[in-house]
Design a protein around this ligand. Structure first.
Ligand code: ADP
Ligand code: MG
Length: 289
């Protein structure tokens, strides 16, 4: 009778948009007491829009034109936001060479022969380039993600973007809390943005400015604290952490690598389905005892 109960539950799961790839991990989902959420694309829509452009060492148009030209080479949600803005404003496309990612911190390239970087506040701090002005503070307080455009170490300006928090993420975190499950956010974005989004959603624990290679180690550290952990993510960078977690959950709209590594896939990319996984696992395997 046991396999039948499981088969029925996984087909209920399929109807709800949960694809169970690893039955054993799904069975153990009833023991999970902490869920790690990737911020961008999981707790938020992952669709950044440009809200402010502040030029410092150049004109507004040139600033956007430079950023637009480099970001055409990136797949990051921030890049898509900047590219959309560049198209909207019809800015000139400059010649880009030697494009390179600066892991978890931005990118660099030669733009019309100039050495350009588009980077995070964390990168600026690391290089001791000053940027803390009133305008930046205001944007950071509003929970916006700010990227800086540099030529060598000279600040050309910055661009602020905002993403939309998923209403379903708030509901999911509230429900998890009532089930005794801790919600943890893991993001490469800066602390201010992470705090803003976390507060809005009611997340218990926040880890910000986490480099892609550090995500799996964070999951490992939670194991060390005695936690049974589920991890949700969508990116290539999330795959090692998905593999490390007791239960790896991929967002259906995510990259193939994440989907291939995960134990369960959320076909509808809805954070509330994380709650459904735990409920379904608890209900199914209670029956079997
Ligand atoms: P996350 O998936 O949590 O956003 P990432 O590691 O992908 O984390 O990115 C971390 C940070 O690196 C971003 O918040 C941003 O500041 C910077 N970054 C990454 N890619 C780009 C890009 N294409 N353009 C500008 N900044 C970027
Ligand atoms: Mg990501």
């Amino acid at each position: 009778a046991t396999p039948l109960v499981t088969a029925v539950s996984t087909s209920i799961g399929a109807k709800k948009g949960l694809l169970v790839r690893d039955r054993g991990a799904f069975e153990n989902a009833r023991k999970i007491n902490a869920i790690v959420f990737d911020k961008t694309g999981t707790l938020t829509e992952g669709q950044f829009g440009v809200t402010d452009i502040q030029e410092v060492g150049t004109s507004k148009e040139e600033l956007l034109s430079i950023a637009y030209s480099v970001e055409l080479n990136s797949e990051h949600p921030i890049a898509k936001g900047i590219v959309n803005k560049g198209k909207e404003e019809n800015v000139k496309r400059m010649e880009v060479a030697d494009y390179r990612n600066i892991t978890g911190k931005g990118l660099e390239a030669k733009v019309d022969g100039r050495n350009i970087k588009v980077v995070s506040p964390g990168f600026m701090r690391g290089e001791n380039i000053s940027f803390e002005d009133e305008q930046y503070e205001k944007m950071a307080k509003e929970g916006k993600t700010v990227v800086f455009v540099l030529e060598e170490k000279k600040l050309l300006g910055f661009i602020a973007l905002s993403d939309i928090i998923r209403e379903s993420a708030k509901e999911a975190v509230t429900k998890l809390k009532s089930m005794g499950v801790e919600s943890i956010m893991l993001t490469g974005d800066n602390q201010r943005v992470a705090d803003h989004v976390g507060r809005e959603i009611g997340i218990d624990t926040i880890f910000a400015e986490v480099l892609p290679g550090e995500k799996a180690a964070k999951v490992e550290a939670l194991h060390q604290e005695g936690k049974t952990v589920a991890m949700t993510g969508d990116g290539v960078n999330d795959a090692p952490a998905l593999a490390k977690a007791n239960l790896g959950i991929a967002i259906g709209a995510g990259t193939d690598v994440a989907i291939e590594t995960a134990d369960v896939i959320l076909v509808k990319s809805n954070p509330l389905d994380v709650v459904n996984i735990l409920k379904l696992s608890r209900a199914t395997y209670r029956k079997m005892l």
